[in-house]
Design a protein around this ligand. Sequence first.
Ligand code: TXA
Ligand code: MG
Length: 466
Amino acid sequence: MSTPASRLPKKLAKSSTRSTDPHSLRFSLFLRTIATLATTRLRLSRLLSAPILRSKHKGAGFRTMTSSADVKFTTQIMPLRQSDITFNLSAAPLHPYDSPTLTIRPSETKDALDQASHYLNETTQPVAFPTETVYGLGADARKTESVRSIYAAKKRPADNPLIVHIGSLTQLRHLLRTSPTQNDKDLIPAIYHPLINKFWPGALTIVLPLPKPSPISTLVTAGQSTFAVRLPSHPLALALLLHSDCPLAAPSANASTRPSPTLASHVHTDLGSRIPFILDGGASNVGVESTVVNGLVSPPVVLRPGGVSVEEIKTVGGVWGDVVVHRPGRKDLEGVPQAPGMKYRHYSPSARVVLFENVPVTDIVRILDTPAKENVKNKKVGVMRTRTWSAPGAETALRELGASEVLDRSLGTDGEDISRGLFAVLRELDGEGCDMIFVEGVGEEDEGLAIMNRLRKAASETVVQA
Ligand code: TXA
Ligand code: MG
């Protein structure tokens, strides 16, 4: 990586102590500053525009070297620390994130956010960044070429629209305003005000009418007349959104069909060498993606269950007390637009995932049919336990079925813990080379709805006991 501008004066001061004449010292300092700044700029602009990046990464992390035609980037992972950032939030009666500002102290965090902002503003390459739900792969939602590079890196189908992330309500209003005389108050539909007050910043995405004309690229919306938007709560996501001053279109930063990433290393596994830059903010705390709601229809619909539960949304009251959950085959919701992404295969590790719904650990062997039993023989099998399965019980069952090796993992019994660990453990067991993964399902209340939604998509088979 080129030398950050903030470090230049120190270096120059050190090298110039040899000179004794204060005038020549000042002049040589001047010349060297110009020369060094010029090379730094050159290096930086080369770095930012070159299709093949050969920069050395500074932070702890990973590098992927170029090797095939498909492989283009030396991916840098840059660590960020929340303690380097201070937010000044808006005072009541405004929403705290109406027009927040931030201060970033000189640090590696500042360097990383500067670089990420350069990528977003000066190139068409996307940047991976942490959010509280899962890691996102972001690009300026207003620039079609930048948004195109997200679809390319993920190999995502072009008819699956992206969520726009904003760092403030002011940023959202800029996207909604079609004339300078519009009243700020009218820009965000009133139906969403109670949700915004309660759940933003956070794991809730709302669907808004796309203004005409709209600054948002048509690639973001995949041609729909609406767009989805979220104000995340992760301080590093907010810092990136505010520091770059970009509304970011950002899907989860996994390769299409793979489980969503909750660590920078997951992003690197899927997209290393396909993207230049990953901001590392540690583990995502929620672990499943945001809830997507459409309040433009009556009754309002949850299009994708996620980090905010349906029960929590109902506590808002009014029309939100009647919110319904979109499920395939629901006759009363025919004609209601769904989340286009929900039709795609998703969250799938390479291992064969078998989901057990309502099956006590003591019934695993009895309930499986003969082909399923045969499938386990001599296989390396992972187990993901939740609320009732015991470790010895699950392992005993799998040994009885002839598994050659058993890797047992508990996700915990609490809904938040299960959500947090879900994708990470699927990825871990996959990475260990498991042929099959047996997962204990949960009830669909609270966090359970999003958990089961993800597990059903990940599973190649579901075993249900009435
Ligand atoms: O938590 C999250 O939502 C993460 C983080 C990065 O913010 N993002 C995420 O994005 O999960 P993605 O692209 O993996 O999922 C976006 C979902 C898809 O199911 C998509 O179809 C739906 O949102 N969506 C986007 N725009 C929509 C729209 N206008 N109407 C209905 N659904 C929409
Ligand atoms: Mg996704």
